[in-house]
Design a protein around this ligand. Structure first.
Ligand code: PXP
Length: 260
């Protein structure tokens, strides 16, 4: 069964909308465990727009589930993560102006900084994952950097899925403006799935553990969950969005059932 990491950043987004104390993301921890989640995932962003240092500290201290802490390769952030000592750190690209993490980490351009972050994290016995695009060359480079995990960015797949299956597209993808015919979109969607599957298989054959995430929801998750080489999915926005109507436990259970 594919493991489920639940990203609880958006609980803190709701709190930050009012800059008050609730909802407290720490309160989600017991619910995640009851609902059968395998991991709690949080992103300590440089701008602290949702999860704060104190949230991260309490979550690492109190979580009954392993904590996967997403962060940039910024030195100050890596030092904080090293001090927190979560189970895993997932290195992601970050731009202040973005709405969410768009595209994988460029480990060619930032190789030295990435390597230095990996070494610091490993020295604290924190396993490291690299959030990267499903590209074979990037995977080979990730393997050379000696990380335990890669997480494949599923955002391009999720955008294509949304464009094909709904009239509304909230995607920020440039492709949105192209007004492509349905059959072209379908071909692109199939290609994007084949690319993800090929990337996952290649990474697994190199001995890397493979996670995937970004933009996954109740409609589009199944083809990714069926990929044998993908051990774990990290999903946030769609689960927290559904939880507004069903409660968090039910929203996680429903996602869990799709990964069975
Ligand atoms: N995985 C990584 C590395 C991410 O940066 C994010 C977004 O914070 C997710 C998974 C979850 O994405 P979403 O909220 O779209 O499910």
């Amino acid at each position: 069964m594919t493991k489920l990491g639940v990203n609880i950043d958006h609980i803190a987004v709701l709190r930050e909308a009012r800059k008050i104390n609730d909802p407290d993301p720490v309160q989600a921890l017991g619910i995640l465990q009851r609902a059968g989640a395998d991991q709690v995932t949080i992103h300590l962003r440089e701008d602290r727009r949702h999860i704060h240092d104190e949230d991260a500290r309490r979550i690492v201290e109190l979580s009954p589930l392993p904590v996967n802490l997403e962060c940039s390769i910024d030195e100050a952030i890596i030092d904080i993560v090293c001090a927190l000592r979560p189970h895993r750190a997932t290195l992601v690209p970050e731009r202040r102006e973005e709405v969410t993490t768009e595209g994988g980490l460029d480990i060619f351009k930032y190789e030295d900084r990435t390597l230095s972050a990996i070494e610091k994290l490993h020295a604290e016995e924190i396993e490291v994952s690299l959030f990267i695009d499903p590209d074979l060359e990037t995977i080979a480079r990730a393997d050379a950097l000696n990380v335990e995990w890669i997480e494949l960015h599923t955002g391009a797949y999720a955008n294509l899925f949304a464009m094909l299956h709904s009239n509304l597209s909230h995607s920020h993808h440039a492709i949105e403006d192209l007004k492509l015919p349905r059959h072209t979109l379908k071909t692109m969607l199939d290609e994007s799935l084949a690319q993800l599957a090929g990337a996952a298989d290649h990474a697994a054959s190199l001995g890397l553990k493979v996670a995937a995430g970004h933009g996954l929801n109740y409609q589009n998750v199944t083809p990714i969950a069926r990929m044998k080489a993908v051990e774990e999915l990290n999903i946030g926005q769609s689960i927290v969005a559904r939880s507004v109507f069903t409660g968090l436990e039910e929203a996680i259970r429903e996602m869990r059932a799709l990964l069975a």
